[in-house]
Write a protein that binds this ligand. Structure first.
Ligand code: FES
Length: 119
């Protein structure tokens, strides 16, 4: 089962392909979809429509276990603050195997509204 680890909190979520109820936020089985399913807070101001950068994550391990970055995601993620070579948009990167991602410091929400804090 694919596993997504979120840093710096170290929260780990496992899911079975095809068994994740689609949350309608981002692509099915995207990093954002997994986070929402497990009630883990990952910002997603545009609702997972590749129209903001609040779901920006930096991939620390398992980049080859994510879907290929498409041109529209590449164009958008370039505009993110503190963009890095391994930056992805959580709503666009579909999880195909184990990955470890870090939520950039500027993007951590210190006050969680209903979801689990990322700290
Ligand atoms: Fe807006 Fe991912 S939630 S681009």
């Amino acid at each position: 089962m694919p596993k997504v680890t979120f840093l710096p909190s170290g929260d780990v979520f496992e899911f079975e392909h095809g068994k994740l109820p689609y949350c309608d936020h981002g692509k099915p089985e995207s990093i954002l979809d997994v986070a929402m399913h497990f009630n883990f807070h990952l910002d997603h101001a545009c609702g997972g429509n590749n129209a903001c950068t609040t779901c920006h994550v930096v991939v620390k391990q398992g980049a080859n276990h994510l879907s290929e970055m498409e041109d529209d995601e590449a164009d958008r993620v370039e505009t993110a603050a503190d963009v890095q070579l391994s930056s992805r948009l959580g709503c666009q990167a579909v999880v195909k195997g184990d990955v470890v991602v870090e939520i950039p410091a500027w993007n951590r929400n210190y006050i969680s509204e209903g979801g689990k804090s990322t700290l």
